[in-house]
Design a protein around this ligand. Structure first.
Ligand code: CO
Length: 497
């Protein structure tokens, strides 16, 4: 079997999958020095949805999180998830933004970049590859796994070849939805390792369908070099399988196993067990095995979105019709993998097609953009009659979508002005204008406890004057007995913990 490296995902995908990405930096940091001694191949700690949620919901600076994590990881490489031309956001950014992002990420402490495109269009990976290579980071080229009549060992093998040609330092098979069956895992790994024996190959599976441990085992037997797992309190369900399970199954041996001692994981597991309890409000209700994925390949999260859209219209009884239409729309649109954003695009269009009774009678802007090629090339070209229905006379683009984008950094710098204190702040603003502005203003005003906390404390102090809860730097608070400076001090202490 040889050596198998473990990437620990607890502080990125673990809480993103199970706790709505809400874990605060202060709950991560105390675990890191111990984790750094365990012998992980890497620790995934940044990217994906964490960048957005740090500012939007936690009033945290994602860059500071990276620096603080890196400071504590002296032996273990850091790893992140990067959405190609979307960087850590949800639209295509201009090349200057992507290049600068990669450079600043390396500068702030990122080592390994797992870079993917939701449509597996490698043109959308070119700039991010270049940016990371130029900055001296490790490029992990990613295959987003999905199933369809046009996806096969052959097609994924060709994709892997292309990623290696582009200079990937390692490869990853990314199974977002838990669709990768054990047998398919074995076939894919066998194929890719035969073509590229010298390129390390990693698997990233979600346990959604219950396949993941079996897929890992057969993949490793077939020659995979690394797998992603989450420490047990943040494992299972829509997260990765448990680190302890795989360490126990594959063994502790350095040369012929994981190189991790099972007992060494106990403290980290105890720690995150305590952390998870504090986030009970953000627990998803999708625990255990989601057998629906095995039958119709649609993950539970997407089904609940569909049900929600139907309920709004009082048409919940149409769910099975919508699921069938969902499969047809996906086929019409060239079989995109069902992940963000394509799952929302396909699902919404399917609901509209069913509720209006006329297929593509009403077309969303996102469906039109996807058909036009603004997200990239789909696995299979979209048929002419579908294009006519969706686009009318508007032609498809045949080039890389970001070729149409003007540089964005200079104008963003002007727009955000003094609020940005660093190139990192400007990048945060370009990618998430509203949340970043809100965060940067809050920081300029000295930071401080969250709005709800302020309201609760003020309420408990029974001040006469009721402060309005509409802003954080709130004149109502200044006028109470608590001077602003004290609140700001409190905020700093809280952040330092
Ligand atoms: Co994932």
């Amino acid at each position: 079997m040889g050596q198998v490296r473990i990437t620990e995902t607890a502080i990125r995908d673990g809480h993103q999958s199970l706790l709505a990405t809400r874990m605060r930096t202060e709950d991560m940091l105390p675990a890191l020095e111990r984790m750094d001694t365990i012998g992980y191949g890497s620790i995934e700690c940044w990217g994906g949805a964490t960048f957005d949620t740090a500012m939007r919901f936690l009033l945290e600076d994602p860059w500071e999180r990276l620096r603080e994590v890196k400071r504590r990881l002296k032996n273990t490489p850091t790893q992140m998830l990067l959405r190609g031309q979307n960087a850590v956001g949800y639209r295509h950014y201009a090349d200057d933004v992507v290049l600068e992002f990669c450079e600043r990420a390396v500068e702030n402490g990122m080592d390994i970049f797992r870079i993917f495109d939701a449509l597996n269009d490698t043109r959308n990976l070119e700039t991010a590859f270049k940016g990371v290579q130029r900055a001296g980071g490790h490029v992990q080229g990613t295959l987003c796994y999905t199933t369809s009549p046009v996806h096969s060992v052959e097609s994924f093998g060709a994709l892997a070849n292309r990623l290696v040609e582009m200079g990937a330092d390692s490869l990853c098979i990314k199974d977002m939805a838990g669709l990768l069956s054990p047998v398919m895992a074995e076939s894919l790994v066998t194929r890719i390792k035969a073509d590229h024996p010298e390129v390390p190959l990693q698997l990233h599976c979600h346990d959604t369908s219950g396949y993941s441990e079996m897929a890992y085992l057969l993949a490793i037997r077939a020659g995979a070099d690394a797998i992603d797992t989450a420490i047990s309190p943040l494992a299972g369900g829509t997260s990765q399988p448990a680190t302890e399970t795989l360490v126990a199954a594959l063994g502790e041996d350095e040369q012929n196993g994981t190189g991790i001692v099972l007992d060494d994981l106990v403290e980290t597991a105890d720690y995150f067990g305590g952390v998870r309890k504090r986030y009970w409000k953000h627990e998803s209700n999708l625990l255990g095995v989601d057998a629906g994925v095995l039958r119709h390949q649609v993950p539970g999260g997407m089904i609940s979105n569909l049900v929600g859209q139907l309920r709004d219209q009082g048409q919940e009884d149409k769910l099975s019709e919508v699921l069938e239409e969902n499969a047809r729309v996906r086929a019409d649109l060239g079989y995109p993998p069902l992940v963000t954003p394509s799952s929302q695009i396909v699902g919404s269009q399917a609901v509209l097609n069913v509720l209006t009774g006329k297929r593509y009678g009403v077309v969303t802007k996102e469906t039109r953009n996807l058909a036009q090629g603004l997200y990239g090339k789909t696995a299979e070209p979209i048929a002419k009659e579908v294009l006519d229905l969706i686009l009318g006379d508007v032609p498809q683009i045949d080039h890389r979508p970001a070729d149409d984008l003007e540089p964005e950094l200079e104008s963003a710098k002007k727009e955000i002005g003094d609020l940005a204190e660093s190139p990192e702040d400007v990048l945060s603003f370009v990618m998430f204008p509203q949340p970043a502005k809100q965060f940067l203003e809050w920081r300029r005003d000295g930071g401080g406890p969250e709005r709800e906390l302020i309201a609760a404390v003020i309420g408990a102090m029974a001040v006469k004057e009721k402060p309005s809860a509409s802003t954080r730097s709130n004149p109502g608070i200044q006028s109470t007995n608590a001077p602003g400076a004290e609140w700001r001090q409190f905020g700093r202490m809280r952040q330092m913990r």
